[in-house]
Design a binder for this molecule. Structure first.
Ligand SMILES: Nc1ncnc2c1ncn2[C@@H]1O[C@H](COP(=O)(O)OP(=O)(O)OP(=O)(O)O)[C@@H](O)[C@H]1O
Ligand SMILES: [Mg+2]
Length: 512
């Protein structure tokens, strides 16, 4: 492997320790004495329920917050990071879940921006381009240095973030839920890269909710619960069940699927065509029907039109042609509010962006769409007492971790924001529910709860369109499975026929 010759190269981190870290926010002790360490050539996974304190811990290591108590040591020496710039100088890189790239610039320009070059970005670009090519080759990070970031897929943007960290000489890399937004193929590419990085002597700290990823990639795993370290184990010596018990404090059982009772046509979609953000036709003549009391799973690799289809059904994206009926009522051109009234609920894939307002409180977010409902209104007056009771009930039922109903949403952990939006949409007893990636980013205990809730909704007569990239989830819950590829439904299978291989080859566009 090539080595860099820049004089400002950070020293290599052989051992990083976080010792008894305490971090408080108003009303919450996010970390209450957490310890963990990572060595060169080791991948260390961090597991824990939503709100356990994982991101907070990593943000302190990256200099975004200072610990209230405790110590961070690098190669045995205590360090104090006042900003990410300090952490970067010490050789730490962090790949955030929401990328921090400039969309209109090229890959090379974005990487060059991270460097503190005295020669100016322009002069450096050729050298950066060359380095990107070398790093790409060494670590299997396929990306074109001259491509503009807005043209890249999510997986490619993540590769740019990793390249940027490597280019800055990071030897310890933090990844906060790196796979949550990736397609299965992108996940396996990422893992190949991570393994090469470890083989090269880098240290990795990565957060994930998916146990099979933790078992696949990590050497050791630390489990956090309520801001405390409940244990660190060698991955080779631990089972899936033990990890679940450490995390959740109990064992989880998979759902048993029961036969649906046939209903009437809940959602009927005919020859639907929808245009994507770049003006191209991305839903290209979709026909679907979901009966009441049925779950239709829609499997597909992301980018094949499922997001735009869901948005069109929910009324947040215009339809070019075709029709959408709910219980026989034509809603093709109905506004969002009319759809809500007709009983359509929508759990958007990008819940942070499309489903909530971060500056509003938890309670306000519960009522974002429901303030017109008669349950919470008498004449013209809002029934505040009733609203508060409802919000409190949802928070309790879905175990949303929040100091109070008045807390701004942005102070909740990622997974808890997701849970709140799910709770809101499911609590409306919808006629039709469009659920996009409903368990993405939520912990396994909450996933189990959401699955149980979806099945109960089905049994109560809701027609559910479940859009998911997680084949296990699709197969566990669906009564029938439709597969979308290149904007078209390429197959609809009965539950019994939806084997992984068959669905997988349909997803890949191979006729099944
Ligand atoms: N900036 C902040 N202000 C106030 N409270 C915060 C802030 N950041 C986090 N918290 C609180 O600290 C606790 C831990 O949050 P953190 O984001 O570290 O959880 P997490 O383990 O990463 O969860 P998830 O799996 O949902 O991402 C939560 O209760 C959260 O509400
Ligand atoms: Mg987090």
């Amino acid at each position: 492997m090539h080595r860099r010759s820049r004089e400002s190269e950070p020293p290599r981190i052989d051992h990083m320790e976080m010792v008894d870290i305490v971090k408080e926010f108003p009303g919450v002790r996010a970390n209450d004495g957490v310890s963990l360490d990572v060595r060169s050539g080791e991948a260390h996974a961090i597991l824990g329920e939503n709100g356990a304190g994982k991101s907070t811990l990593m943000r302190q290591l990256y200099g975004m917050y200072e610990p209230d108590e405790g110590e961070i040591r690098i190669n045995g020496t205590p360090v104090l990071f006042r900003s990410p710039a300090d952490a970067i100088r010490a050789g730490i890189g962090m790949i955030h879940q929401h990328f921090m790239l400039i969309p209109t610039m090229t890959v090379a320009e974005n990487v060059a921006l991270g460097r503190r070059s005295s020669r100016g970005i322009r002069l450096d670009l050729d050298r950066v381009g060359e380095r990107i090519r070398l790093l790409s080759r060494d670590y299997g990070l396929q990306v074109d240095p001259d491509a503009r970031v807005w043209q890249l897929s999510v997986g490619e943007q993540q590769r740019v973030e990793i390249l940027k960290a490597l280019d800055l000489g990071a030897s310890l890399i933090i990844l906060d839920e790196p796979t949550a937004v990736l397609t299965p193929q992108e996940v396996s590419d990422l893992f190949a890269t991570l393994k090469r990085m470890v083989a090269e002597g880098h240290s990795l700290l990565f957060i994930s909710h998916k146990l099979h990823e933790v078992l696949d990639v990590s050497d050791r795993v630390t489990v956090l619960r309520d801001g405390i370290t409940v244990g660190t184990r060698r991955t080779a010596e631990v089972t899936r069940e033990e990890l679940v018990t450490l995390m959740v404090g109990r064992e989880l059982k998979p759902q048993t699927h029961r036969e649906p009772s046939p209903g009437e046509a809940g959602l009927v979609v005919r020859d639907l065509r929808v245009t994507g953000d770049r003006g191209e036709e991305i839903v290209r003549g979709v026909d679907l029907h979901v009966d009441t009391g049925e779950i239709l799973g829609l499997a597909g690799v992301s980018g094949n039109g499922q997001r735009e289809l869901a948005e069109a059904l929910a009324g947040v994206r215009l339809v070019s042609s075709g029709t959408i009926d709910v219980l026989g009522q034509d809603l093709t051109t109905a506004h969002l509010n009319e759809r809500v009234k007709a009983g359509v609920s929508f759990i958007p894939e990008e819940r942070m962006r499309d489903g909530a307002i971060r500056e509003f409180t938890v309670e306000e977010n519960v009522f974002l769409r429901d303030h017109e409902s008669s349950q919470f209104r008498r004449w013209l007056f809002l029934r505040f007492g009733e609203m508060q009771r409802h919000a409190r009930r949802l928070v309790k039922e879905y175990a949303v971790k929040t100091p109070s109903l008045e807390t701004p949403l942005k102070n909740l952990s990622g997974g808890n924001i997701q849970k709140l939006i799910l709770a809101r949409e499911l609590s409306r007893r919808p006629t039709v529910l469009i659920a996009s990636q409903p368990t993405r980013g939520v912990d396994i205990g909450a996933s189990e709860y959401i699955h149980r809730t979806l099945l109960a909704q089905r049994d109560a007569g809701t027609a559910i369109l479940l859009i998911s990239e997680d084949l296990d989830e699709i197969r566990e819950l669906s009564d029938r499975v439709a597969v979308i590829y290149a904007g078209r439904i390429v197959g609809v299978l009965d539950r019994a026929d939806a084997e992984v291989e068959r669905v997988g080859s349909l997803m890949a566009g191979v006729a099944g």
